[in-house]
Design a protein around this ligand. Structure first.
Ligand code: HT7
Ligand code: ZN
Length: 874
């Protein structure tokens, strides 16, 4: 496959002003009539360029130029391109293609899911519908007429406003949609199906009434309220916080079962993976409720950050994704607990994005090259990209940041632009120089801050030295220092925050500062310090970096109970637990587990005055994935054993407190999805899980009664998970069977049922996984089912996946090869755990590598899997 380089970017030779589409939908295929108004781009220097339109898996039926059919010699159908050699300055091109949505298993372009037609065009799916300049800097106005059988497809949707509808012969009907906003073709959408409509309205800040509509299969009619409420909250928040008003008169959301990712922000017609939009108390966990709110917000926010202002090319993907993730995380923080949201974001970043940034697929937030753009919808583009925007927010402050975003939207409305244009707007609005900051977009790899300190009791000066370095990554060495906002505080021996006097005598100095690191080494001096302080470093995780500082366990315990920054309190607890677990990995026979850890947890569990949402987070031990990320040449079974040993030790020592916590947080009253209620359920379910880890009888009976009495999925799933992960084998099987019998008709719940087993070291051994794949509810064509079995096994059931005999790796290789033909996007994502082979101890890494080699040698490998596998083996 070819590599595409950012440095080769050229403006399009032709622009498209309008697109007129007519879809004839049938059971054995669809005919697409496309009429484009084109003209030469005055900004292009390719004055005599032929017209080249992208295509993929299309059967061309006819081509006409200005209404006259072209003869075979006038154009060339190269399969992936339609080339018309000679065209005038301005012209109309009509192309008719035939496609087969019913056989489209890649889920790109137009396909069928549970009997309905739907589309996914980002990034390059529109070319699977018709020939078109499939690049985001070609923005056109779309008019779309959809024709289909009326009984089977009563609902026909596309972007914009419905302007005409009517009956046709043979029981068919049509609807025509017009989108007044020019858009790139990746934002085109079409849906046709037998769907129920849920309606609501939203009154905008300027007093316009927007028609809100959700379309779902009839069986899901009762699962729309949460998404609809989330949408209205998002619309209001975007007006209040960013001054962004919705522009069309209709906003539609559709739920589909077969979808490669979470959702898609098509203009005025967002399409969602059912699991990311449908929820009810009985079927969705608290986590799912929160996720749905965040994804609905994310897609809605794209209407400005992505649709009104879009990307010039796909190298700029983080322009819309990083900014929009930052916006949705601000929104979620405002809707719930900012500290908890920050902990969740940082957990994902430090566990998975840092791993990506240190692995073979490492790439800058603005990549310089790719083979297959679908492989670049990564944690680096999304999560690190959001951190980069967050740092701009930290450096500029909220008011200047808002001025910058206003300027960006005003200056670039209706344009396709670059990450550099975004930074420039921030610079122009604030007057700050962000030239060094731009390196965050260009250099890959996670910066490391090596921090040392010393205290001079005589002068009262505390000195902090911070040295930054950025590791080499594929294709990049000798990196320049980056501009890093570093928030910190100092705590006195009594736990009080100290004024941070950068000059002596400044006793009114603030107790928290954001230091700006720009050099490889900085030394900061803090004056007027009476005794050695405890530093609270990188508060709020003010930059996506690794901090190396030699904390003592006393310091961590101190921060855990005194740090005014909730994030750093949590982080101190994580660092302490990591230290204890790592000592056990390194010396497994030394059975002594630091009693101070037990006491710290005892205090956390028992102190009802603490913020219970934060306590719920602090009680989660660092995950195996995070522990692996922190380890060179990891021995996963050893890490797994050590972590479990610490958990069991804590559970055994704190049994009384756990039972007390469980009883104390017993809910009464109706189910609510508030931060307090979520924290309560989380604490109870953690207590239950810990008790079952030690096969506690009392815990077992609590779990069984909770499972039977639960009025919501969080409690039901909490009890089921605890039983599944326990040694109570017969309860486990009975619980799983009952659960399945109750929910077998609900695909989203069956997905949870699959993944709770596949992720469990008790119920998800390889032989169990094979049985799940044979289960009648499993479906190789449905990405959610694949993720819930194969993805959960390889991504969460780490001890089983890293079986020393290599069987887990071979299993994954088999599934990737199998999926490569039907759905290459999903296959390429599933490979990820194997790409990290260099992280593991030699006996593991050798076997992982050979599994990758087996995939590499498969005949006819897709471009998606080819890129990931070859880069991993390079
Ligand atoms: N912008 C959307 C990306 C997306 C996507 C990309 C590749 C293949 C399938 C896809 N489905 C959705 C989602 C988002 O970030 O909002
Ligand atoms: Zn997005």
């Amino acid at each position: 496959p070819q590599t595409i380089y950012l440095s080769d970017y050229k403006v399009p030779a032709y622009l498209v002003d309008t697109v007129d589409l007519r879809f004839e939908l049938f059971e054995d295929g669809a005919r697409v009539h496309s009429t484009l108004e084109l003209r030469r781009n005055p900004e292009s220097d390719e004055t005599a360029a032929p017209l080249e339109l992208d295509g993929d898996s299309l059967t061309l039926e006819s081509v006409a130029l200005n209404g006259a059919a072209l003869a075979a010699g006038d154009y060339e159908d190269r399969g992936d391109q339609l080339v018309v050699r000679s065209v005038p300055e301005q012209f109309t091109l009509t192309v008719v293609t035939w496609i087969e949505p019913q056989n489209n298993t890649r889920l790109e372009g137009l396909y069928k899911s549970s009997g309905m037609f739907c589309t996914q065009c980002e990034a390059e799916g529109f070319r699977c519908i018709t020939f078109f300049p499939d690049r985001p800097d070609v923005m056109a106005r779309f008019r779309t007429r959809i024709e289909a059988n009326k009984d089977a497809y009563p609902v026909l949707l596309s972007n914009g406003n419905d302007v005409e509808k009517g009956e046709l012969e043979n029981g068919r009907h049509f609807v025509t949609w017009e989108d007044p906003f020019p858009k790139p073709c990746y934002l085109f959408a079409l849906v046709a199906g037998d769907l129920v409509e849920k309606r609501d309205t939203f009154s905008t800040c300027s007093g316009r009434d927007i028609d809100l509509r959700m379309y779902v299969e009839p069986r899901n009619a009762e699962k729309c309220d949460h998404a609809m409420d989330s949408l209205k909250r998002s619309m209001r928040w975007d007006e209040e916080v960013y001054g962004r008003e919705y522009d069309l008169d209709i906003f539609m959301i559709v739920a589909v079962d077969d979808f490669n990712m979470g959702a898609m922000e098509n203009k005025g017609l967002n399409i969602f993976n059912s699991s990311c939009v449908l929820a009810s108390q009985e079927t969705a966990t608290d986590l799912a409720f929160q996720r749905i709110e965040a994804i609905v917000a994310h897609e809605y926010f794209h209407n400005w950050s992505g649709n009104r202002v879009t990307c010039r090319d796909w190298f700029q993907l983080s322009l819309k994704e990083g900014f929009t993730v930052f916006r949705d995380s601000q929104f979620s923080a405002d809707m719930g607990s900012p500290t908890v949201k920050r902990i969740e974001d940082v957990t994902l970043l430090r566990t998975a994005q840092f791993a990506e940034d240190g692995g073979p697929m490492s790439h800058p937030v603005r990549p310089a090259s790719y083979m297959e753009i679908s492989n670049f919808y990564t944690l680096t583009i999304y999560e690190k990209g959001a951190e980069v925007v967050r740092m701009i927010h930290t450096l500029l402050g909220p008011d200047m940041f808002r001025k910058g975003s206003d300027l960006y939207f005003e200056r670039h409305d209706g344009q396709a632009v670059t990450t550099d244009d975004f930074v420039k707007a921030m610079e122009d609005a604030s007057g700050r120089d962000l030239s060094q900051f731009r390196l965050w977009y260009e250099q890959a790899g996670t910066p490391v801050l090596a921090i040392s300190d010393d205290f001079d009791a005589e002068t009262g000066v505390y000195r902090l030295t911070i040295e930054q370095s950025i590791p080499d990554t594929p294709g990049q060495t000798n990196k320049k220092p980056q501009h890093i906002p570093f928030a910190l505080g100092l705590l006195g021996q009594d736990g009080q925050p100290l004024p941070l006097q950068l000059e002596s005598g400044d006793s009114g100095a603030p107790t928290e500062r954001v230091l700006e690191l720009t050099e490889a080494v900085h030394t900061f001096e803090f004056h007027g310090v009476e005794s050695r302080p405890v530093p609270s470093l990188l508060r709020h995780f003010s930059a996506p970096v690794r901090v190396r500082y030699n904390w003592s366990r006393e310091q961590l315990l101190f921060l855990m109970s005194h740090d005014p920054d909730g994030f750093n309190r949590w982080d101190a607890g994580q660092r302490l637990a990591v230290d204890v677990i790592q000592s056990l990995v390194n010396a497994p026979d030394d059975a002594e587990i630091d009693p101070r850890l037990v006491e710290a947890y005892r205090k956390l569990i028992s102190d009802a005055d603490l913020d219970q949402a934060l306590v719920a987070k602090m009680l989660q031990l660092p995950s195996e994935a995070y522990l692996i990320e922190l380890t060179d040449k990891a021995d996963v079974p050893a890490i797994h054993r050590a972590r479990e040993a610490v958990l069991r030790h804590l559970a055994g020592a704190l049994k009384g407190e756990l039972l007390g916590c469980y009883q104390r947080h017993q809910g009464s009253g109706p189910y609510e999805v508030t931060p307090e209620a979520i924290a309560r359920r989380s604490l109870r379910n953690t207590a239950l899980a810990w008790l079952l880890m030690i096969d506690d009888e009392e815990g077992r009976s609590l779990a069984v009664s909770q499972l039977n009495a639960a009025d919501n999925m969080t409690d039901r799933m909490g009890a089921l998970r605890a039983l599944v992960n326990s040694g109570f084998e017969s309860d486990r099987q009975e619980a799983l069977d009952d659960f399945y019998n109750r929910f077998q008709d609900d695909p989203q719940v069956v997905e949870q049922w699959f993944s709770v087993q596949a992720a469990s070291d008790q119920a998800g051994q390889l032989s169990d996984i094979h049985k799940l794949l044979e289960h009648p509810a499993f479906d190789w064509k449905n990405p959610n089912k694949i993720r819930s079995v194969v993805g959960a096994f390889a991504g969460q059931n780490l001890a089983a996946f890293h079986n020393p005999d290599g069987s887990g790796y071979q299993f994954l290789a088999d599934q990737v090869c199998r999926l490569d033909d039907s759905n290459p996007q999903i296959a390429a994502r599933l490979v990820t755990p194997l790409t990290r082979w260099r992280k593991f101890a030699p006996s593991y890494s050798d076997r992982m590598k050979s599994a990758l080699e087996r995939i590499r040698d498969k005949a006819g490998l897709s471009r998606d899997v080819y890129e990931v596998v070859h880069k991993s083996l390079a």
